[in-house]
Design a protein around this ligand. Structure first.
Ligand code: HEM
Length: 203
């Protein structure tokens, strides 16, 4: 089995987690307590030692193999969809590296519950929102685009080769991303960030 096939195989596991994860963050549109309840239930699944170990291995492999594929296929890549797939994958790989590091650091070193408030705190501690808004916004759009491109090449027959598949994925990404970032920024409902989260930004 080559790297490209392993990348696709591991993608099923990572994408399943990502779907649950994005749904978890979208639950904050209903209320912060809905987000926290969803997370409590989802963690039983993804924080079980075997699942979490496998997830961290797969996410690391996904990022590393993705970077390899971006550079190894540089000269053969033709057409907009192939370049959108490479660009979105490149961003996701860098995002995941920082994101996983930040989540594990928050848990293991800062001893924080890495819930909604952990992600939102950076958006409420100026000037860090100038980093966090584009950082999260582009990540969610890139995720939708990357999955859209995968479906374009090798999804169900009806979607293969259809540029519309990538367009719909882009639209879904923009809508989900806008709602998620607005929710974290406190534009959907107001909330107080507990002091222990703000303290990590020297507030
Ligand atoms: C708006 C966008 C996002 C936000 C606000 C966000 C926030 C978070 C938070 C707060 C956690 C900690 C979860 C916990 O403690 O249970 C987390 C974990 C994680 N996130 Fe994200 N995330 C976002 C997008 C993504 C994307 C696009 C991916 C790509 C697949 C991703 C992958 C992960 C992974 C792998 C973990 C580690 C899970 C674990 O082992 O606990 N995240 N994220």
């Amino acid at each position: 089995m080559n790297i490209s096939k392993l990348h696709r195989l591991s993608a099923f596991f990572v994408a399943t987690f990502a779907a649950i994860h994005i749904a978890n963050h979208l639950a904050s549109l209903a209320s912060i307590s809905a987000h926290l309840k969803f997370m409590e239930a989802a963690r039983i699944l993804y924080r079980a030692p075997f699942t979490e170990g496998a997830l961290l291995v797969c996410v690391t492999f996904q990022g590393a193999s993705g970077l390899w594929l971006v550079f190894a296929g540089w000269k053969q890549r033709r057409g907009a969809v192939a370049w959108i797939q490479a660009a979105s994958g490149f961003y996701l790989a860098l995002f995941l590296l920082i994101h996983l590091g930040a989540v594990l650091f928050g848990r293991a070193v800062l001893g924080l519950d890495t819930n909604f408030f952990y992600a939102a705190a950076g958006m409420h501690a100026p000037p860090f929102q100038y980093f966090f808004v584009p950082y999260y916004y582009v990540a969610v759009v890139a995720l939708f685009l990357h999955v859209g491109c995968a479906i374009y090449w090798s999804g169900p027959v009806a979607f293969r080769g259809q540029t519309l598949t990538v367009g719909v994925a882009a639209l879904g990404g923009v809508v989900a991303s806008t709602l998620l970032v607005m929710s974290l920024a406190g534009n959907i409902q107001s909330f107080e960030i507990p002091q222990k989260y703000l303290s990590t930004y020297g507030r």
